[in-house]
Design a protein around this ligand. Structure first.
Ligand SMILES: Cc1ncc(COP(=O)(O)O)c(C=O)c1O
Length: 387
């Protein structure tokens, strides 16, 4: 009776649908399924933040349309967070815009910046929304493979000249989903120089900035000299404070880019619920002990999984950040994931779901407790032994 738009038809297929169907089938049969699939924290939002929300929601003045770039107190808290932890100065009035989760900003930004036929440079494997946001804006994604031999950093020198000429946005995400890689200073300096030379905007996705291990804090993109001239950083409270369901994040950096996104959003949504923004002030301004505790929890889980997989003779690259482990399996990732699901009732994400360059890998999300991780390793051992 009706036909979907050409734009919708261009969206990539949901590769995990079949695995998810099988997972639900196993659950319906009463099996216990160990789920390393989704990157959604199992730990609760810290009590201090929930309490701040409880207090805020009772005030009728927050029940109205929020509008604009976000509450002044939350934007101020964001700028103080950057000053304190990253030595970055941001003008809360002009250089910060609150989002309804970072995904929202990532998906919308291309609508404000690209024309039909413009190219965006998309890391692969990568978070699918870079590609999807581009396609929804009638742009063309050019995939930059992230290879293990390059520490999962894109090789900018390999991008052909004719692509560079039409490229408008470069997406980067470190600490990286799914590979868990971090970017070093020299790479970030090179990338800023490269994008300034070729007049390409950088969208830097810092969703996992606070999830790091062994005390090695990732480098802030905006702390690189010149980054603000061509870049916008998208950040989120989702992973740092176990708040994926609350939907709050922000865009910050270049004033023109922030204004463009804010102007676009004025026409699409009416802002982030103010009570959530008030809880956001508590997130960034209150004691960060709970965040440190969360890092320790993920680190223990990481160590448990790494140790278990090493004993099974997998070549494991130890994650320095994020709550993902990206494991090389040297075989088809869809069939490997399916074998784990059907024979061991373990869900992992097949690497190919993040793009063709993810083939040969699977991703574990460390969003389950250590006991279950140990149990999963035993089950994987049985499956491999019986293969
Ligand atoms: C790399 C990356 N960026 C952004 C997001 C979106 O996070 P949110 O919209 O909850 O802020 C995710 C979520 O998994 C992600 O993995």
């Amino acid at each position: 009776m009706f036909e979907l738009s050409e734009r919708m038809k261009k969206l990539p297929p949901y590769l995990f649908a079949e695995i998810d169907r099988k997972r639900k089938h196993l659950l319906s049969e009463g099996h216990e399924v160990i789920n390393f699939g989704v990157g959604d924290p199992d730990l609760p939002t810290p009590e201090r933040i929930v309490n701040a929300m409880r207090r805020a929601v009772g005030d009728p003045s927050v029940h109205r349309y929020p509008f604009g770039k976000g509450r002044g107190d939350f934007r101020k808290a964001i700028s103080e967070y950057y000053r304190k932890y990253s030595n970055v100065e941001l003008d809360p009035e002009k250089e910060i815009c609150v989002l309804i989760g970072s995904k929202e900003g990532i998906a919308h930004l291309p609508l404000a910046l690209i024309n039909p036929g413009d190219i965006t440079l998309v890391p692969e494997p990568g978070y699918p929304v870079y590609q999807i946001g581009t396609v929804l804006a009638d742009g063309i994604p050019y995939f930059m493979p992230l290879k293990e031999e390059n520490d999962f950093l894109p090789d900018l020198g390999k991008i052909p000249d004719n692509v560079l000429k039409r490229a408008k946005i470069l997406y980067l995400n470190y600490p990286n989903n799914p590979t868990s890689a971090c970017a070093d200073h020299s790479f970030l300096r090179d990338v800023v120089a490269f994008c300034r030379k070729h007049q390409i905007i950088i969208l830097y996705d810092a969703a996992y900035h606070e999830i790091y291990f062994d005390g090695r804090r990732p480098i802030s993109f905006l702390s690189i000299p010149g980054a603000k001239d061509i870049g916008i950083e998208i950040h989120s409270l989702s992973k740092t404070y176990n708040m994926t369901g609350w939907r709050i994040g922000w865009a910050c950096g270049n004033e023109k880019l922030v204004s463009a996104l804010a102007a676009l959003k004025e026409n699409i949504d009416s802002g982030t619920f103010e009570a959530i923004q008030i809880a956001g002030v508590e997130c960034l301004s209150g004691s960060q002990d709970d965040v440190e505790q969360m890092r320790k929890t993920y680190q223990k889980r990481r160590d448990t999984l790494v140790e278990g997989l090493k004993k099974l003779n997998f070549q494991v690259k130890i994650p320095q950040a994020t709550f993902y482990l990206w494991l090389r399996i040297n075989e088809g990732s869809l069939s490997f994931a399916e074998t784990l699901l059907l024979k061991a009732h373990i869900v992992v994400t097949p690497g190919v779901g993040f793009g063709n360059s993810g083939e040969g890998y699977i991703r574990f999300a460390l969003t389950i407790g250590e006991e279950k991780i140990r149990k999963a390793v035993e089950k994987i051992s049985d499956v491999i032994g019986g293969k």
